[in-house]
Write a new protein. Structure first.
Length: 300
C-alpha cells in the first residue's frame, strides 16, 4: 500500500481511510489558507469515493502552494490507486524533494517502482529510506523482498541475516535465507534454513517444496516424496508438488502401477483447471493410459 502522511503500512491496496488521517495533520505543511481549503476538499471527496474530484482538489492545493508536501503525497496515492504509476511516481518524487527526510515519501517511491518491476530503482529508494531509519525492520524486510524478486541472492542472504540480528525472524526470513543459499550452491545451508522455516510454520508449502526439489535433483527420491507430500498437506491445491510427488514415487516404485496411477490421477484432478498446467495435464493423462495398459499386461 502507498503511504500517506503519518502512516507506514505495507498493504496491497490504497484505503480511503488514509485521506481522513491526512486531513487532521495535512495542514502542518500548508502555507496558504487557500491551499488548505483545497486540500480538505480533496480529503472530503476521497472519503466519499469521488476520486477524480479529489485529484482535482489536490492539484488545486498544489497550484495554490507548490511546497505542499501532503497534497503531493495524497495525490500520488490516488494516482497509484488508479494504476497511474508514472503520475504517482512524479508526485512522490516531488514530495521527497520537498521533504528529503520523509521516509514515507521514499517508501512510496520504492513501492511504485516495485509495482512497475523496476527493482533496481525500488532497491535504491528503500536504501535511502533505511539510511534515514536504519533500525526499521519493516524497511529491511521490504528491501529483502526486492532482492528476492530480482534474484539478488547474496544481498538477500545478507539482509536476511541482518533481520535475524534485529530479531525480525519468521518463516519468511528463513525461507529467503534458504533460497539465497540454494541459489549460491550452499545446499546444506539451504536445507537447514528451509527446515528452520518449517519449524516456525509446519504447514509450509514453499519450504517443503523447495527441499523436495533439492532432493529430487539429487535423485534422493524417498525424502523428495516425503517433502512433496508435506507440501501438499500444506496446500492441497499445490499442483507442482502433486506432479513431483508422482514423479518421485513412480521412480522409486515403477512396478506399483495402481499407486502410480492414483498419484497421477490426483495430479490431474488438482491441475486440470489451471491454465499453465495444461500441457502437463495432457502428458499425465497420456501417461496414465500407458500405466493402465502396463498394469493390464502385468496382470495386476
Amino acid at each position: 500500500m502507498i503511504n500517506r502522511l503519518g502512516s507506514f503500512r505495507f498493504l496491497l491496496v490504497v484505503t480511503l481511510a488514509l485521506c481522513i488521517l491526512a486531513a487532521s495533520i495535512g495542514n502542518l505543511y500548508a502555507v496558504s489558507d487557500k491551499a488548505k481549503e483545497f486540500f480538505n476538499q480533496g480529503v472530503t471527496a476521497s472519503k466519499s469515493g469521488k476520486t477524480d474530484d479529489a485529484i482535482a482538489a489536490y492539484k488545486q492545493a498544489i497550484a495554490a502552494d507548490a511546497s505542499y508536501f501532503d497534497a503531493y503525497m495524497n495525490l500520488g496515492a490516488l494516482h497509484f490507486q488508479k494504476g497511474q504509476y508514472d503520475d504517482a511516481l512524479r508526485m512522490f518524487r516531488t514530495a521527497s524533494e520537498k521533504d528529503p527526510k520523509s521516509v514515507d515519501a521514499l517508501v512510496n517511491i520504492a513501492q511504485v517502482e516495485y509495482k512497475k518491476r523496476a527493482y533496481i530503482e525500488s532497491e535504491a529508494a528503500y536504501k535511502s529510506a533505511i539510511a534515514l531509519d536504519p533500525s526499521n525492520a519493516k524497511l529491511n524486510r521490504a528491501l529483502a523482498n526486492v532482492y528476492f524478486s530480482r534474484g539478488g541472492w547474496s544481498e538477500l542472504a545478507q539482509t536476511a541475516e541482518k533481520l535475524h540480528q534485529m530479531n525480525s525472524v519468521d518463516d519468511t526470513t528463513w525461507y529467503w535465507l534458504g533460497k539465497a543459499n540454494e541459489k549460491q550452491d550452499k545446499t546444506p545451508d539451504a536445507i537447514a534454513a528451509y527446515e528452520k522455516s518449517i519449524s516456525l510454520k509446519p504447514k509450509n508449502y514453499r519450504a517443503n517444496f523447495a527441499i523436495g526439489q533439492i532432493y529430487l535433483q539429487q535423485e534422493k527420491f524417498e525424502p523428495a516424496a516425503r517433502y512433496f507430500k508435506a507440501a501438499l498437506a500444506a496446500d492441497p491445491k499445490g499442483y507442482r508438488a502433486a506432479y513431483n510427488y508422482a514423479v518421485a514415487m513412480e521412480t522409486m516404485k515403477q512396478d506399483a502401477y495402481a499407486q502410480n496411477i492414483t498419484n497421477w490421477q490426483e495430479f490431474v484432478r488438482i491441475a486440470r483447471s489451471i491454465p499453465q498446467a495444461k500441457n502437463d495435464v495432457a502428458i499425465a493423462q497420456s501417461h496414465i493410459k500407458d500405466l493402465q495398459d502396463a498394469k493390464t499386461k502385468g496382470g495386476q
